[in-house]
Design a protein around this ligand. Structure first.
Ligand SMILES: Nc1ncnc2c1ncn2[C@@H]1O[C@H](COP(=O)(O)OP(=O)(O)OP(=O)(O)O)[C@@H](O)[C@H]1O
Length: 663
C-alpha cells in the first residue's frame, strides 16, 4: 500500500505549515529559514517555482541516487509504484518521500504540446515534432528538453540548429552536465541528462557530448521505459480527447480540482493509471491526499486502514483523500462494498481503473456513485507521438527513408554525429503493432534498442555498409523483435489468454501436475481474473473427470466460492490446490461424450421431435387422465424386481448414447 500524505506527525506538520515564497513549497515552519538560505542560492530571480526539498531532506539529486524502484517487479506492481509520489510538498520531507523526485517546479516552465497533427492516410506517421525546450516528460522539475525532436521531426539529424543547441546546453549547465541545478545523477534515469547532452550533440556537431550508445544503453536499463515516460501533466497526456479533451466536463473538473469519484475503463496501456497519476500530481498542489492501492495485492484491511486515515484527515484537517485503486475489478463485491458508505458520505473520492466492463465487475451501488470514463485504445498517430517523445528523450535520431543519402555515410565529423539512429518506418511499425497500448510500444522500443545496443551489429541492411562501432541503427526488424519479446507478458484480453487457459486444460487432462501449475501461475501472475480460471475448473471437473471422481465438481465449486470470498492474492493457492487435484484425478469423459451424442441427435433430427410417451406424462387433472396421460406407468419403488418400461420416445428405442455417436 502506498500512502502519501503527512506521515511522521500529521498533526504537527499540518498545523505549522508555511509556504516558501521562492519555490512555493509547503514545509514545517521550523524549516523555513534554513530552506530559504538554500533556496535563494539555488533559485535566483527568474527561477522561482523550481522546487527544492525542504531543509533537512536531501537534495533532489542526492535522493535520486538512492535505490530506484525495482524494475524487476512484475508489471502491475511497477505500474502502481509509479504513483509513489509525495501527495504534498510536506510529504517530500517524510521518509516515504525519499527516493522520489523533487517537486515539479519545472512544470511552470514553458512546454510545447506534443499533440500529433492529423496524419493523412498513407502518409508517414512521424509528425514534424515540435521542439520541446522545457519540462521533461520523464522527470518532474527538470529543466530542459532537447531539440532532438527537431532533428527527428525534420528527419535530418543535421537540421538541428547549432546555436539553439548551444543555448540549450548553456541553460542546462553549460558543461554538458545532466542537470541545470548542477545535480549529477549518473545512476538514475534523467531525461534532462539525455536532453542536455543530446540536444547539443544531436544536431550540433560542435558539441562533444552526443549521447554515446553506451550512455543510452545505461539509461534504458532498469525501470521500464513506459514508467519513465509517464506524463505528469494533462498537457503531455496524448489522445483520449473524448474523455479529457479541452471541451470535456472531466477536464474542467480536473482543472478546477473538483475531482469526482471516477471509474476509468479502458484497454491495457491506454493511460488509465497515467490519468490517475496526473490527478495525483495535481491534487498534491491542492493539499489533497492521494492514496494508491492495487487490487492485485491489497487486502481488505489495507482498505480499512485507508478509510480510517481518510476519516481522521477529514475531521481533523478538513483534508480530502483520493483513493486510487488499480484493477478495481479484482476486488470482490464485498471488498468493493467496504468503500461504498465512505464514497457516499464524501470521506473518500474513489478513482478505480479497470480493463473489464464495470457494469459486470463493479458493484452497481458503487458504480452509480462514480462517473465512468471510457478511455480508448490509443490511435496510431497518438502512439507515434508518444514514441517520438521517448525517442527524443533518449537522444535517438530518426533516419528519414525518403532522403537520397544516408546521413551516416557522409559524415564529415563522425565523432559528433548522433550515435544511435532509428529508421522512420521502424517507428511507424512499432506504433501500428502496439495496437493502441502505449506500454507495449514503449517497452518494445526499449527492448529493441537494448537488444541492438547489446549485440552491436552495426550495419545498414539497405546500403549494405557497416559503420563504426559507435554507431547503431535500429531497424524495423529490431522493433518487431522487441515487440515479440515484450509480449512475453501475459495479454489478459487477447490471444494469450485463450492460449494459456487451453494449455492449462490440456495439462490437467494429461495429468501433468507440473505443467498445470505452470500455466496457472502464468495466468495469475499475468493479471488473469482468478474467477475466470475458477469457472474453467468447474467445467473441467465435469468434462474431464466426471464420474471417475464426482467430488471433483465439489472441489471446483468450493474453489470458485473461495476465490470469490477472498480474492487475489490469497485465492491463488486455492486454485493451485484444485489444479493439482484435477491433474492427479482419474479422468472420465463418459458423461460428457454421451451428452454430446444426445445433443447431436437432437440437432440432426429431421421433422418434428417425437412426442413424450403418454405413460411418462404427468396427469394432475381428470381431463389429462382421460386423455391417457400417465396410463400404464410403472412406479418403480412399488416393484421389488427390475421394471420393464420404456423411457425414450418410440422412435429412439434401443438407442444407447453411451455407445454410439448418432441416433
Ligand atoms: N495518453 C497517454 N499519453 C502519454 N503516455 C501514455 C498515455 N497512455 C499511456 N501512456 C504511457 O504508457 C504507459 C502505460 O500507461 P498506463 O499505465 O496509464 O496504462 P493503463 O491504462 O493503466 O494500463 P493497465 O490497465 O494495463 O494498467 C505509461 O507509463 C505512459 O508512459
Amino acid at each position: 500500500m502506498e500512502v502519501s500524505g503527512p506521515e511522521d506527525d500529521p498533526f504537527l506538520s499540518q498545523l505549522h505549515q508555511v509556504q516558501c515564497p521562492v519555490c512555493q513549497q509547503m514545509m514545517p515552519a521550523a524549516h523555513i529559514n534554513s530552506h530559504l538560505d538554500r533556496c535563494l542560492l539555488l533559485h535566483p530571480a527568474g527561477h522561482a517555482g523550481h522546487a527544492e526539498p525542504a531543509a533537512g531532506s536531501h537534495r533532489a539529486g542526492e535522493r535520486a541516487k538512492g535505490p530506484s524502484p525495482p524494475g524487476a517487479k512484475r508489471r502491475r506492481l511497477s505500474e502502481s509504484s509509479a504513483l509513489k509520489q509525495p501527495a504534498t510538498p510536506t510529504a517530500a520531507e517524510s521518509s516515504e518521500g525519499e527516493g522520489e523526485e523533487a517537486d515539479d517546479g519545472g512544470e511552470t516552465e514553458s512546454r510545447e504540446s506534443y499533440d500529433a497533427p492529423p496524419t493523412p492516410s498513407g502518409a508517414r506517421l512521424i509528425p514534424d515534432f515540435p521542439v520541446a525546450r522545457a519540462g521533461s516528460p520523464a522527470r518532474k522539475g527538470s529543466g530542459k528538453r532537447p531539440a532532438a525532436a527537431a532533428a527527428a521531426g525534420s528527419a535530418s539529424p543535421r537540421s538541428w540548429d547549432e546555436a539553439e543547441a548551444q543555448e540549450e546546453l548553456e541553460e542546462a549547465g553549460g558543461d554538458g552536465d545532466a542537470d541545470a541545478d548542477g545535480e549529477d545523477d549518473p545512476g538514475h534515469w534523467d531525461a534532462d541528462a539525455a536532453d542536455a547532452a543530446f540536444g547539443t550533440g544531436g544536431g550540433s556537431r560542435a558539441h562533444p557530448r552526443a549521447l554515446a550508445a553506451e550512455e543510452i544503453r545505461q539509461m534504458l536499463e532498469g525501470k521500464p521505459l513506459a514508467d519513465k515516460m509517464r506524463p505528469d501533466t494533462l498537457q503531455d497526456y496524448i489522445g483520449q480527447s473524448r474523455a479529457v479533451g479541452q471541451e470535456t466536463l472531466l477536464r474542467s473538473l480536473l482543472e478546477t480540482n473538483e475531482i469526482p469519484s471516477l471509474i476509468l475503463w479502458g484497454p491495457p496501456g491506454c493511460g488509465k493509471t497515467t490519468l490517475a497519476h496526473i490527478i495525483a500530481n495535481n491534487s498534491k498542489k491542492h493539499s489533497i491526499r492521494f492514496v494508491t492501492l492495487s487490487a492485485t495485492n491489497a487486502k481488505t484491511n489495507d482498505v480499512r486502514d485507508v478509510i480510517k486515515q481518510a476519516q481522521n484527515e477529514k475531521s481533523f484537517f478538513k483534508r480530502k483523500t483520493i483513493l486510487f485503486i488499480d484493477e478495481i475489478h479484482r476486488f470482490n463485491k464485498s471488498q468493493q462494498d467496504t468503500f461504498l458508505p465512505h464514497v457516499e458520505c464524501g470521506t473518500l473520492t474513489l478513482i478505480g481503473a479497470t480493463t473489464e466492463n464495470p457494469s459486470f465487475q463493479v458493484n452497481a451501488a458503487l458504480l452509480s456513485r462514480c462517473r465512468v470514463i471510457v478511455l480508448e485504445k490509443l490511435p496510431v498517430e497518438a502512439m507515434v507521438t508518444i514514441l517520438m517523445r521517448a525517442i527524443n528523450s533518449l537522444g535517438i535520431h530518426i533516419l528519414d527513408s525518403s532522403r537520397p543519402t544516408d546521413p551516416l555515410s557522409h559524415s564529415s565529423n563522425s565523432s559528433s554525429e548522433p550515435s544511435v539512429l532509428m529508421e522512420d518506418k521502424a517507428v511507424d511499425t512499432l506504433a501500428y503493432l502496439s495496437d493502441g497500448d502505449a506500454r507495449t510500444g514503449l517497452n518494445g522500443l526499449q527492448l529493441a534498442v537494448l537488444a541492438r545496443l547489446s549485440s552491436r551489429k552495426m550495419f545498414c541492411k539497405k546500403s549494405g555498409q557497416t559503420y563504426s562501432p559507435s554507431r547503431v541503427l535500429i531497424t524495423e526488424n529490431d522493433v518487431k523483435e522487441g515487440l515479440q519479446r515484450s509480449h512475453i507478458l501475459y495479454d489478459r484480453a487477447g490471444e494469450e489468454h485463450y492460449n494459456c487457459i487451453s494449455a492449462l486444460h490440456k495439462a490437467m487432462r494429461g495429468s501433468d501436475q507440473n505443467a498445470s501449475l505452470y500455466w496457472l501461475a502464468r495466468m495469475l501472475e499475468g493479471g488473469e481474473d482468478p474467477l475466470y480460471v475458477a469457472r474453467r475448473l468447474v467445467r473441467f471437473a465435469s468434462e474431464d473427470i466426471g464420474l471417475a471422481d464426482p467430488s471433483a465438481l465439489t472441489q471446483a465449486v468450493a474453489a470458485y466460492q473461495g476465490c470469490h470470498f477472498i480474492g487475489m492474492p490469497e485465492c491463488e493457492v486455492l486454485l493451485a490446490q484444485c489444479v493439482v487435484y484435477f491433474a492427479r484425478a482419474p479422468k472420465s469423459i463418459e458423461v460428457y461424450s454421451a451428452y454430446s451424442n444426445v445433443k447431436a441427435c437432437l440437432r440432426s433430427h429431421q421433422g418434428p421431435l417425437p412426442p413424450v410417451p403418454l405413460h411418462l406424462r404427468n396427469a394432475p387433472t381428470r381431463l389429462l387422465k382421460d386423455l391417457g396421460y400417465g396410463k400404464g406407468y410403472k412406479y418403480n419403488p412399488m416393484y421389488s424386481e427390475p421394471v420393464e418400461q420404456e423411457y425414450l420416445p418410440e422412435e429412439l428405442r434401443g438407442v444407447d448414447f453411451f455407445k454410439q455417436r448418432r441416433c
